[in-house]
Design a protein around this ligand. Sequence first.
Ligand SMILES: [Cu+2]
Length: 159
Amino acid sequence: MNFVELGHAPFSRRQLLVGSMSISLALLGCRRRRTSEQEVVDLFIESDGDFLAFRPDVLTCPAGARVRLTFHHAGRFLSARHNWVLVYPNQMEAVDKDVEKKEGIISEEDPRVIAVVPMCDKGDTMTTQFTAPAPGDYPFFCSTPGHAVDMNGILHVTE
Ligand SMILES: [Cu+2]
């Protein structure tokens, strides 16, 4: 009994090692492939000078893409702050109303929110990254109290 156990122990340990090594290699391979296959899309949007509007007000990207969105506050005279908030369909009014008394500061933990560029002062440029959701039209807006009604647009996510 003792002899058999001794004889088998090193062999099964080696098998185990080889087994776990190939599993971790497979995982690594998967992860690497997924990252390189994920399309990266750079989007740029700014405030329309001192107007309460985005320029452009329609953005497009493919579903599943890694989006790097840069927002620029292009105001030159007015000191109102702007941000860029992307939400799920039909959530703009509710999210906007909820932050009305918090100077428009959005929590990234809010499940209705897909992505947020923090509040920008005149001349600021900020970037956010997110994975584009399923195909559809997603509203974006500025959550500075009173801005969303004019300062909004659509992210058009294609197949
Ligand atoms: Cu604004």
